[in-house]
Design a protein around this ligand. Structure first.
Ligand code: AGP
Length: 612
């Protein structure tokens, strides 16, 4: 999604803005631009493609200035062209924008009748013209922005500068993330703190509706024209460590970080083979009362939620529904008393999940319902964590690769902790069961390390996928969501069309696709469904399909003609989905590398989907 960086300083900030944009590249984008104010002029460069293209243009033009805004654009309105790239200029005003102005057409029509000429197809350009127009009635840039904001419908974060205000950066947050990086004698803004980590570890997280004015030495935040206090948060090194290290891609590094990430995530809640007394203790009363769980999430986080549904039902006898946020939010859901509404999100900023959460809260208030909201999230400072009653953090560290890996497996670990916690409070699980599962959970990091040893074997198999156009992933029970996740991983980074199916559904349609060109990936842990899964494998083989089986080392499944088996260490069947995530991640990674795609920033995708 679009990324914003801006700053006001004493020194030239062009390098800082470019470095910031590079650090936002992981979010996904198709063009980039930068504008600086220098001696009463706006100096602007914009380029299609990578930030390095912009960097070269800025170097060639020798742009410098101590007040500026920069942007990576992920096209929504208008193609990825230079004219559509931000910043957009109207008169002496330059604007960068993340989000969508939903009523831009109406505003554009009005502005055109006033004589404003549009040079792009974007929704953003209306904001530049509106601020320019508002400056006819006030000399204050802040006031002009305040006059414009009520006219805008949609979700947006803005950075705005003006040639007559060379020490002033105005920013607005309404539905799209924005942080202020607090420096010494200089201040910055960005859509993600990661962009500013080389400059500062002190941040102000703006709230919805905040308008802020930054100068080199001051930061003022306003709500409805009134000055408000926003705390400064200081981040520690674990949050800020986001380099690729010795790995070729962030994704590979993040795959290998999973044993440690799981250890960190479970350690916060466990004391030996028991849950810590203080783990989510402030939610005990709510957990005691809940009658069901409704999970809302998108993409990979949704798959984690699907697995949690099996766990809730099997382990603690609690009904659990899971729904994709983009569907949930638009189907007038009936909000039910004594329900735990659980949002799962790596970023905590996903537009659909956030909107669903806000809608649930609104409906619950209007009907005086007693509900509880909670987030499982990897970003402690995210909107979702701040806007829910309770949160459980996945301690995975920053995930940069667009394809989610360690965020997913730590979500599973966190979900298991939550299920054990709720079952304990509601007394629907015995202390022995809890202690056994926790003991098995402690073994998971070591089992993941052993599973990672299969890397070379999986690399060799991935060569057989390079020329393929399609692929099927099959699993049963909690490995049906892993099949979906495998297909999502493969399609998003290798661009091979892949589908995940519950193996039992095979004969109800997808079997028609199977021929000797169709690779079929099977997830075969040693659980109650193994014999049924073996029958499904026979069905595929009988139609000439080639099987790639990730199987428990004691499953009895062996390699043979057109059946390639990778042994996975034996694991408690309940926790197996955490372990079987590793081979599907490695397979997708290696296939993508062999096909030469942009593994960490696959085409058309964004890390944090902050627009719907
Ligand atoms: C997964 O590999 C994806 N990139 C994507 O499906 C992601 O999980 C989804 O956009 C949800 O993001 P979130 O966890 O930050 O809410």
């Amino acid at each position: 999604m679009c990324g914003i960086v801006g700053g006001v300083a004493e020194r030239n900030i062009s390098n800082i803005l470019i470095e910031g944009l590079k650090r936002l590249e992981y979010r996904g984008y198709d063009s980039a631009g930068l504008a600086l104010i220098n001696q009463g002029q706006i100096l602007r460069e914009r380029r299609v493609g990578k930030v390095v293209n912009l960097e070269q243009a800025v170097l060639d033009a020798q742009l410098n200035g101590s007040l500026g805004i920069a942007h990576t654009r992920w096209a929504t309105h208008g193609k990825p062209t230079e004219n559509n790239a931000h910043p957009h200029i109207s008169g002496n005003v330059a604007v960068v924008h993340n989000g969508i102005i939903e009523n831009y057409q109406e505003l554009k029509d009005q502005l055109e009748t006033l004589g404003y000429i549009f040079t792009s197809q974007t929704d953003t350009e209306v904001v530049a013209h509106l601020v320019n127009d508002a400056l006819k009635s006030t000399p204050s840039l802040l006031e002009a922005v305040r006059l414009v904001v009520p006219k805008l419908k949609g979700a947006y974060a803005l950075g705005i500068i003006h040639t007559d205000h060379p020490d002033e950066l105005i920013t607005v947050r309404e539905g799209s993330p924005l942080v202020i990086g607090v420096g010494i004698g200089e201040n910055f803004i960005s859509s993600d703190q990661l962009a500013l980590l080389p400059i500062t570890n002190r941040f102000i997280y703006l709230e919805e509706g905040d308008i802020a004015r930054l100068t080199r030495t001051t930061i003022e935040v306003f709500v409805d024209g009134q000055l408000v206090e926003r705390p400064i948060t200081e981040l520690d090194a674990t949050v800020t460590n986001a380099s690729k290290g010795r790995y070729k891609h962030y994704m590979l590094k993040e795959i290998y970080e999973q044993p440690e990430a799981i250890k960190q995530t479970i350690s916060q809640a466990l004391n030996g083979n028991a849950l810590r007394e203080d783990f989510l203790a402030n939610a005990n009363d709510q957990f005691k009362n809940i009658q069901q769980i409704q999970i809302i999430a998108c993409g990979t986080s949704y798959h984690a939620g699907m697995i949690a549904k099996y766990w809730c039902e099997q382990l603690i006898d609690l009904p659990c529904q899971v729904e994709i946020a983009s569907e949930f939010r638009y189907r007038s859901p009936v909000i039910v008393n004594q329900t735990l509404y659980l949002c799962i999100s790596q970023s905590g900023e996903t537009a659909d999940t956030l909107a669903a959460l806000r809608d649930i809260q609104k409906r619950a208030v209007s009907k005086h319902l007693d509900i509880t909201t909670m987030a499982i999230c990897n970003v402690a400072t995210s909107s979702m964590v701040r806007e829910t009653n309770y949160s459980l953090l996945t301690l995975a560290g920053p995930e940069i690769g667009v394809a989610s890996t360690k965020a997913f497996t730590t979500q599973l670990a966190a979900l298991m902790l939550l299920v054990l916690k709720i079952g304990t409070v509601k007394q629907t699980i015995t202390a022995e069961q809890v202690s056994q599962l926790i003991a098995d959970l402690w073994h998971i990091p070591k089992i993941l390390l052993d599973t990672l040893q299969n890397n070379n074997e999986i690399l060799a198999l991935s060569e057989l996928f390079v020329e393929k156009q399609h692929c099927l992933f099959l699993g049963r029970g909690t490995h049906f969501p892993i099949a979906l996740e495998g297909a999502l991983k493969l399609k998003e980074i290798s661009y091979i069309h892949a589908e995940g199916y519950a193996a039992g559904e095979l004969k109800h349609g997808p079997l028609a696709l199977v021929d000797n060109e169709m690779p079929v990936v099977i997830l075969a842990p040693k659980d109650d469904m193994l014999d049924k899964l073996k029958s499904n494998m026979e069905e595929v083989q009988a139609r000439g399909g080639e099987l790639f089986v990730f199987a428990d080392e004691n499953s009895g499944i062996k390699s043979k003609d057109r059946q390639h088996v990778v042994n996975v260490p034996t694991v408690h069947p309940t926790l197996a989905p955490i372990v079987y995530s590793i081979p599907i991640q490695l397979l997708s990674y290696h296939v993508a590398v062999l096909r030469g795609t942009d593994v960490d920033q696959p085409r058309n995708l964004a890390k944090s989907v902050t627009v719907e």
